[in-house]
Design a protein around this ligand. Sequence first.
Ligand SMILES: Nc1nc2c(c(=O)[nH]1)N[C@H]1C(S)=C(S)[C@@H](COP(=O)(O)OP(=O)(O)OC[C@H]3O[C@@H](n4cnc5c(N)ncnc54)[C@H](O)[C@@H]3O)O[C@H]1N2
Ligand code: MOO
Length: 413
Amino acid sequence: MAHCCSGNERDSLAKSVTDARDAILAASLPVQGTENVHLGNALGRVLAMDIHAPADVPAWSNSAMDGYALRSMDDDAIRRIIGQSFAGHPFKGRVGADECVRIMTGAVVPEGADAVLVQEEAEVHADRKITPQTVSKAGANIRQPGEDLQAGALALEAGTWLRPAQIGLLASLGIAELAVYRRLRVAFISTGDELRPLGGALAPGQIYDSNRYALHGMLERLDCEILDLGRIADDPESIEAALHSAATVADVVISTGGVSVGDADYIAALLGRLGTIHFWKINMKPGRPLAFGQLGNATFFGLPGNPVSAMVTFYQFVRPSILKRMGKAAPWTPPLLQLPLAQDLQKKPGRTDFQRGHLLQTPAGLQVAGIGQQASHIMSGMAHADCLIILAAEAGHAKAGSLVDVQILEGLV
Ligand SMILES: Nc1nc2c(c(=O)[nH]1)N[C@H]1C(S)=C(S)[C@@H](COP(=O)(O)OP(=O)(O)OC[C@H]3O[C@@H](n4cnc5c(N)ncnc54)[C@H](O)[C@@H]3O)O[C@H]1N2
Ligand code: MOO
């Protein structure tokens, strides 16, 4: 059956990007198993419990600056220095009238004091006295107990993906062990007679199995337990055996290649026979052929073989599905920015386009431009891109200056 119409990008059998993502997310159920891990090993995991602050943070009122702890009611009177309070070494006495305590940032504010005068505003005399150059208000330069979190307050909710800031917050609460969802087991295979391992020479028609490394990298970023089941030849029996063993060990099975309509493309037919095929075409470019379905207990994604298509479809569909299955709370898709185009972009109406782009810092503000060639085998474009420019299915060429949707590929965390 002809599935696409030459000269026309539309394909009546293809799902829209939004419908496909909605269907994939609806079928992606969070894992149930949890385990206890030490905080030092929790980066990238998803919290399986609410975390409440066991005590006020900060626990004591402490100084935000290096200076002198004093009573605000004594205005600009000369103060006698009666002691010192260093971080970890509090002053034990009490600050009285016309007295002060030398204090360092983070040190406990001594009893009796209600303000800290920064040292730049103090004239220091040889007889251990200071003259304030300003009058301090009550509370000045003091960090109050519970200002960050009060004892019992919800610090992080179950479903939080633990990145460095969350790890830092949990450490500030003194939490050493915590319950996280178990890691998702993701198996993948590359299919294709032309694929060769790295290192050896290539015979005519052969290529290196680059998808395997890109896929491995994308899965590693999601902290999955990765099961690399190798390169499988374009032979239905070998692919069937590989899919079968993958589905018995993994929560998610991913293949690349062999998903289109060629005579050596077996994935969609095999999925239909071995499991359930939900759909296998999406109205997008790159990445039209993408088989999604169920293989035993595993969710199955048959990604297209073209390397850019495999990465773009992973980011649009597999990553959101994995994040949801890992137990992460919504959102599962990155935010969309609207940015002005720096140059015209070519596009045929019919499919949602995910063009590789780069961000430009201009005097007029942030703009975005396409990266050269946009064909789905041009990996250098993907490697130089820092964002995807998303153009709606029905849209044609996009003019410089028009606003376009942009997904940033790299994040700080
Ligand atoms: N008659 C039609 N032909 C094609 C259609 C179509 O609708 N009708 N769709 C095209 C589109 S769009 C794509 S995308 C590809 C997807 O094809 P497959 O998923 O079946 O992938 P293959 O044919 O196996 O390979 C495509 C391409 O990618 C290279 N490849 C495959 N695996 C790897 C790997 N692991 N590492 C690096 N490169 C890989 C392969 O050598 C091919 O060049 O189908 C179009 N055809
Ligand atoms: O969708 Mo294919 O990925 O255009 O080459």
